[in-house]
Design a protein around this ligand. Sequence first.
Ligand SMILES: [Zn+2]
Ligand SMILES: [Zn+2]
Length: 104
Amino acid sequence: MNLTLQRCLIHVDREAVARCPVCRNYFCRECVTEHEQKFLCSSCLQSMAAGVKPARRNAGRFMLVIRMTIGLAIAWLFFYVIGQLLMLIPPNVHDGSYLRNLGQ
Ligand SMILES: [Zn+2]
Ligand SMILES: [Zn+2]
């Protein structure tokens, strides 16, 4: 089938230059838009832009960021508590020995 014999789905008086790979209809140069090295018609491009797939990917990335933040917060809290405990132990030991020395 010769592509030059095809007419645009929207503009019947115009020759088709590209075929939309999604809806498999022929369109003129004005009706197609290049999207990821493919020529899509405007209706398919719109449905692709408002598609569920990219939204899901964004939601997954958003959840990953939240999970990483919670993980980092837990790790920070853990090391903060450990650090505070380690900082509290030496003065107590010193105070104890200091007081014992005074008592003698
Ligand atoms: Zn299409
Ligand atoms: Zn057209």
